[in-house]
Design a protein around this ligand. Structure first.
Ligand SMILES: Cc1ncc(COP(=O)(O)O)c(C=O)c1O
Length: 359
């Protein structure tokens, strides 16, 4: 059964993107592949707002989130956490055998720049991880304020997860001083899952060169060696790179500002709908994500029942809460190609069944 997806990733993929993936495959050491790589690269740099390389990794985002830790942490990593994905990142750091400390915030609260400042001022850390948009709670931290603090510590290499925010609002990597910026294909880029993207600064490359135990598959130095030839170290997911090439055409045709404004508009439409029903936003309004809304189930709806009925009647799906928030919250994504019309259609369909599921 195919559902129209309003879960926070993977999201709907357009027919045009699927068609782009169906083009015949080429060898990854052939000129045709290097041409494809060279076609996506400068546009990705614009979308990352960077002059640094953007590496393509055939993995989900966790691959490079783990890889980044292994590449840039010599002394210790400070993992900042305010939700499920950031909790997990701390666990991943320890599993990589790194000295790691967790700077924890309540779920739904943003990562606090002052607390980060205090932790980094101990001098214990040479890397930091921050999730810009905690998808589990729909909470978006103030990345500009956080990077202002991180920039005070030149020995600290920053690894920023923009997995569920990238391309939905401007995140100006070079201006903010982000060292390693990570995202994935299946969120706002509206491609199928399996490709992740990371842009790496000179500072992070220099650090990687000094760190033992980087492994092979996610080694920044390997990525760079092949990047210089418009290639990837091993056989990449070529069909997804063709999808990305086509999606970048769409993004440039729409224009960045229009794309950002569309995400904002769709997001506000859903937020207002939630408020009209008496649902409370899980995070504080000011830190509500622009790519999804995570509502508290404040009016006692059988969320699982609504989702099952929505799937059955309308072949549409949203999410019934992540991890420990399952049933207590629900999340509606507005990432990717959605329009006010497609969002409204979802909301109208929910409205048509909601009264049956109020407890
Ligand atoms: C903020 C965030 N970080 C990391 C991930 C992990 O991405 P993946 O499942 O592609 O490895 C997700 C997935 O939803 C996410 O939302």
């Amino acid at each position: 059964m195919a559902y129209k997806l309003f879960i926070p990733g993977p999201i709907n993929v357009s027919e045009k993107t699927y068609k782009a993936m169906a083009a015949p495959i080429m060898g990854h050491r052939m000129k045709e592949f290097s041409d494809l790589f060279a076609s996506v690269e400068p546009r990705l740099q614009q979308l990352f707002y960077t002059k640094d390389p953007v590496f393509l990794s055939t993995s989900s985002s966790w691959g490079i989130m783990e890889g980044a830790i292994r590449n840039v942490t010599k002394k210790a990593v400070l993992n900042c956490g305010n939700g499920s994905f950031s909790d997990k990142w701390f666990d991943v750091s320890k599993r990589c055998g790194k000295n790691a400390e967790f700077l924890q915030f309540e779920w739904g609260k943003p990562v606090d720049p002052e607390a980060v400042d205090k932790a980094l001022s101990t001098g214990k850390f040479d890397s930091i991880t921050i999730i810009h948009n905690e998808t589990s709670t729909g909470t978006m931290s103030d990345i500009a304020a956080l990077m202002q603090v991180v920039r005070k510590y030149p020995e600290v290499v920053s690894i920023i997860d923009t997995v569920s925010s990238f391309s939905a609002l401007p995140i100006k990597k070079d201006e903010l001083g982000i060292d390693v910026m990570v995202t994935g294909s299946q969120k706002a880029l509206a491609c199928p899952p399996g490709l992740s993207l990371l842009s790496v600064s000179d500072k992070a490359m220099k650090r990687a060169a000094e760190v033992e135990g980087r492994g092979y598959y996610f080694d920044f130095l390997e990525f760079k060696k092949f990047y210089d030839k418009n290639q990837t170290p091993s056989t990449p997911v070529i069909s997804l790179i063709m999808a990305l090439d086509s999606k970048l055409d769409d993004i440039f045709a729409e224009g960045f500002e229009n794309r950002y404004a569309r995400h904002q508009k769709n997001n506000q439409l859903v937020r207002q709908w939630g408020y009209n029903h008496g649902f409370k936003l899980f995070p504080e309004e000011k830190y509500g994500s622009v790519t999804l809304n995570c509502f508290e189930n404040t009016i006692g709806v059988d969320i699982a029942g609504v989702i099952a009925e929505l799937k059955k009647r309308y072949s549409m799906a949203f999410d019934g809460g992540y991890g420990k928030l399952k049933g207590k919250t629900f999340r509606i994504s507005n990432m990717g190609d959605e329009t006010p019309q497609t969002m409204q259609e979802l909301l109208d369909n929910i409205d048509s069944i909601l009264p049956e599921f109020k407890k």
